[in-house]
Write a protein that binds this ligand. Sequence first.
Ligand code: DAH
Length: 352
Amino acid sequence: MKEKEKIMKEQLEKIYSDASADIEKAVNTKDLEDIKNKYLSRKGEFNEIKKGLKDLSIEDKKVVGALANEITQKLESAIADKFKLFYEKELNEKLQKERLDVTMPGQFIPKGHTHLLTSTTEEICSIFRSLGFSVVEDEFAPEVETEYYNFDMLNVPKDHPARDVQDTFFTNVAPNVVLRSQTSGAQIHAMEAKKPPIRIIAPGRVYRNENINSRKNNFFHQIEGLYVDKGITFGDLKGVLNEFIRIYFGESRPTRFRNSFFPFTEPSAEVDVQCIMCQGKGCRTCSGTGWLEILGAGMVDPNVLRGVDIDPDVYSGFAFGVGVERLAMLKYAVDDIRLFFNNDVRFTAQFK
Ligand code: DAH
């Protein structure tokens, strides 16, 4: 039995010296894990030898067993010491490599902004709000209308050319359903829903069957205004619109009220401002006249008031309709209405 003991001792010492040499050569935590697996795991060389202990006498078992334990502990602690060293080094390297420089400039993400038409609409609405008007939308100003609201109730004769398919888009929903050609229908909706005093504006999109060019598109935007109360006069109309123009253009621009005709107002007027391109001298933009038309307006026709059961002998009112594109073009010298709709950022980005 002594012989067996001797052989086992030698085997253990051999493993110890092999493992020690391997530990010596290890350069990182991975090497050390491998060594641990090779020698100390359940299937490792060390365990194989330990299995032979059962064949030894009790006394030899004690001696060889103690040696085996001692060697295991030595190897484990040698591996652990080195592991700690490598682990710290590797961790530091990793931290260095993955370090975040929070002072580095960020990546630029372009931010969107309001479209010029939206900001112009908002600006116009806020001016009229400051003049005591409230903004109505949606239920008082639907984009899909009946001829009843778009024409009939606005006193537009049955044979008026505006009702022609050449000017107005009819839908196939029903024969009398149109894409509204003007926001003026909002006047009717408002007067049906409320009793005077009524002081509203209604912004929205309108559609017309136009040949598209630099001045005309087949849809565009209007803001309708309506003020109905006792004793409203043409003087009130002029006062409100002049004040609006002064605030919108930021200065008192020469303005003129020109006699005109709309079926739903009597008397009617169109309002011109002095051309901003030529300051009234006459140029291509204003066709040499020195003036640019910005809106239609007038005193609400008694027929229209009667249609919504408002007594024209007690109440009177004025109405107006402004073109949003027109006002934006005049203020920012935009020379083609199509620029608003083809979404070229070189254009839109100029109006942050
Ligand atoms: N609806 C008219 C148009 O589209 C503009 C207009 C003129 C509106 C006179 C009004 C008004 O309210 O009183 O040409």
